[in-house]
Design a protein around this ligand. Structure first.
Ligand SMILES: [Zn+2]
Length: 394
């Protein structure tokens, strides 16, 4: 009775008891709403546990991806009682006289209408370039988030509040409101009703220190960037998507072996020879415009020259391109002439699967794709909502 399997990511033989279900497309990209073919049974627990934190999060929590995903969500937010938008990260805040305990960092975040969030959270040096720090630590270790709302309009106020809670509710964070809330009759409202904690005397001091810095109009921030934030992730996604679409055949080529080297770099420094162009070096390629979609995480698979390649972009930006294998590979999911496109809308908890040819036809308005017409309508409503929000500024 043989129940061993070869792990997709590390290539090692593993017992069935060591397998764990893995989404080839991670959650932050909207992977849980992707078609079933992207669920992988052949990933070992060691890979599943390690790669989420060191590979997926290195990409997802990089300053670039964090902020472009926030932009993408904004294009699809149609009303103030939507779930709230992702906050944008400005970087590590250097606020004079702010009490930041040892082993902690103060981070500066901005809400959809310019709300300010100062988050004093545990710092993990190994994840210096992760926005929000170590994502597992901040779920378990205490932190404090100070929220400075805007009050110019009820819509802005509501959206800001939702966005703050969306960002921090899954963290072990005390939430301090840094404004007095009044109802329409002018009576004071208890912040607890809005999900905030009562500040301790120390937190009141910190709140005043941050407020003074905001009023002075200058909070210096420091940004830590790892330029190789996407290298291992590109290889991991190439293996996951390649296997999901092309099956076992994908693994018999040297491309897969090179991708594995990229996921688990050798200690002797040998580099993966996989061909691709990483996020910060692909630049503003016209390809990302064609092979992307506004507000979407776009995964495009097409034949380029002698190979199958994958292009991944967010809101038509930050593309990376990586080889999946030789063009001779066949797939029951991919039309060799028309290519494959998966547009994920994590903010809408939705995805659209189509051919690359159908995507281009839709974009050129040659032939409209019904599911994308619906997305376009949401984007239109979101643009109106955004203009409304802007118009209500004092
Ligand atoms: Zn493994």
């Amino acid at each position: 009775m043989s129940s061993a399997f070869t792990c997709l990511y590390c290539g090692k033989e593993k017992q069935q008891s060591e397998s764990s279900l893995e989404h080839a497309i991670p959650q932050f990209m909207g992977g849980e709403y992707a078609p079933k073919i992207f669920q992988l049974p052949n990933v070992c627990k060691t890979c599943n546990n390690n790669l989420g934190l060191w590979v997926d999060a290195s990409y997802a929590k990089s300053w670039f991806i964090t902020n472009y995903l926030a932009e993408a969500a904004r294009l699809l937010c149609t009303k103030s009682d939507d779930p709230g938008l992702p906050l944008r990260c400005m970087g590590r805040a250097q606020i004079p006289n702010l009490n930041v305990p040892d082993g902690h960092a103060a981070e500066h975040w901005i809400g959809p209408s310019g709300e300010t969030v100062t988050w004093i959270r545990p710092h993990d040096e190994r994840m210096d370039s992760y926005t929000g720090g170590n994502p597992i630590d901040t779920k378990k270790k205490p932190s404090v988030a100070y929220f400075f709302p805007v009050s110019e309009s009820p819509e802005k106020h509501a959206l800001g509040l939702r966005s703050f809670h969306r960002a921090l509710d899954k963290r072990k964070a005390r939430k301090i409101l840094c404004a007095e809330l009044r109802d329409t009759n002018g009576a004071a409202v208890n912040p607890k009703i809005w999900g905030f904690d009562s500040p301790t005397p120390d937190e009141e001091t910190d709140r005043d220190v941050i407020r003074a810095a905001i009023h002075a109009g200058n909070i210096p921030v420091q940004l830590s960037v790892n330029t190789k934030f996407d290298q291992r992730f590109m290889c991991k996604l190439a293996l996951g998507i390649g296997y999901s679409l092309f099956g076992e055949e994908c693994l018999s080529h040297t491309t897969a072996a090179e991708a594995r080297k990229g996921v688990w770099p050798a200690s002797d420094g040998t580099k993966s020879a996989i061909r691709g162009t990483s996020t910060l070096f692909a630049g503003d390629t016209p390809f990302a415009k064609v092979a992307g979609y506004p507000g979407a995480v776009a995964i495009i698979v097409m034949k380029t020259g002698p190979s199958w390649s994958m292009c991944v972009s967010i809101d038509e930006k930050l593309p990376f391109i990586i080889e999946l294998g030789p063009g001779s590979m066949a797939s029951q999911h991919v039309n060799p002439e028309e290519g494959y496109a998966l547009l994920l809308f994590p903010y809408l908890e939705n995805c659209v699967e189509l051919t690359m040819a159908a995507l281009i036809a839709h974009r050129l308005e040659v032939m409209k794709h019904p599911a994308l017409e619906q997305i376009d309508a949401i984007r239109g409503a979101a643009a109106q909502f955004d203009a409304q929000l802007l118009a209500t500024s004092s």
